[in-house]
Design a protein around this ligand. Structure first.
Ligand SMILES: Nc1ncnc2c1ncn2[C@@H]1O[C@H](COP(=O)(O)OP(=O)(O)O)[C@@H](O)[C@H]1O
Ligand SMILES: [Mg+2]
Length: 209
């Protein structure tokens, strides 16, 4: 039961968007996945609540007791995807990092957003004293369509001691549209095809090791 945590220091980075869509993609590939929503804002749980699609992964709200909830899920699911609050100092994030196999850190392709994630590197190091197997990976999210990363962004990325996923997630209207409908991009037909392709590539990348 690998645990994949979406963490970061900024709201709007894409933690919830990636948590729900990765959970759907992982469930399609592996058989089952659940979302543990540890953000007191409860966005993943709200997304699930407005959804009419009963085939979506279960969302378990756990902002009060994230440690005991993640432990108690034991062997129930093939993957647990954890949506965290927008702070690495938050109790929920610190607790979850101790129980995670992988910390996925979405960042928008702006040096300011990237510099805000420097503290995440420290939080990951701290968590590794209890959880030495913890891996961490930055994921560029909301990359402008048909563009590549600027040199400024590449320079900023190289200063951070966390590897960057080869797969970047592009800015696509379908991520927003699907969320508004309580769906994942996997349920959006042809409109979701580009998003599905990049998510499946990211899943391939993170489950390969
Ligand atoms: N790749 C993307 N393309 C377009 N919109 C996105 C993308 N990723 C996130 N968004 C939108 O950006 C906003 C913030 O994303 P969200 O996942 O809620 O961030 P967080 O959970 O980190 O605060 C949401 O409205 C979401 O629909
Ligand atoms: Mg969120």
């Amino acid at each position: 039961m690998p645990v994949i945590a979406l963490v970061g220091n900024k709201g709007g980075a894409g933690k919830t968007t990636l948590a729900v869509n990765l959970a759907v993609g992982l469930a399609r590939q592996a058989g089952s996945a659940a979302i543990l929503d540890t953000d007191p804002q409860g966005s993943s749980a709200q997304w699930r609540a407005i959804s009419e699609d009963t085939a979506l992964p279960e969302v378990i709200s756990a902002s009060d007791d994230p440690g005991s909830r993640v432990r108690s899920l034991g062997g129930e699911y093939d993957y647990i995807v954890v949506d965290c609050p927008p702070s690495v100092q938050a109790m929920q994030t610190r607790t979850i990092l101790r129980f995670s196999d992988l910390a996925l850190i979405p960042v928008q392709p702006s040096p300011f957003d990237l510099w805000a994630s420097v503290h995440i590197e420290q939080a990951v190091q701290e968590a590794r004293t209890h959880n030495p197997g913890l891996r961490a990976l930055l994921v560029i999210n909301q990359l402008e369509p048909r563009t590549t990363l600027s040199q400024l962004m590449r320079d900023a990325l190289s200063e951070i001691d966390v590897p960057v996923a080869v797969t970047a997630i592009r800015r696509r209207a379908v991520y927003r549209a699907s969320a508004l409908e309580g769906r994942s991009v996997y349920a959006m037909g042809r409109r979701g095809a580009g998003a599905v392709e990049e998510l499946d590539q990211l899943i391939e990348e993170i489950t390969r090791q």
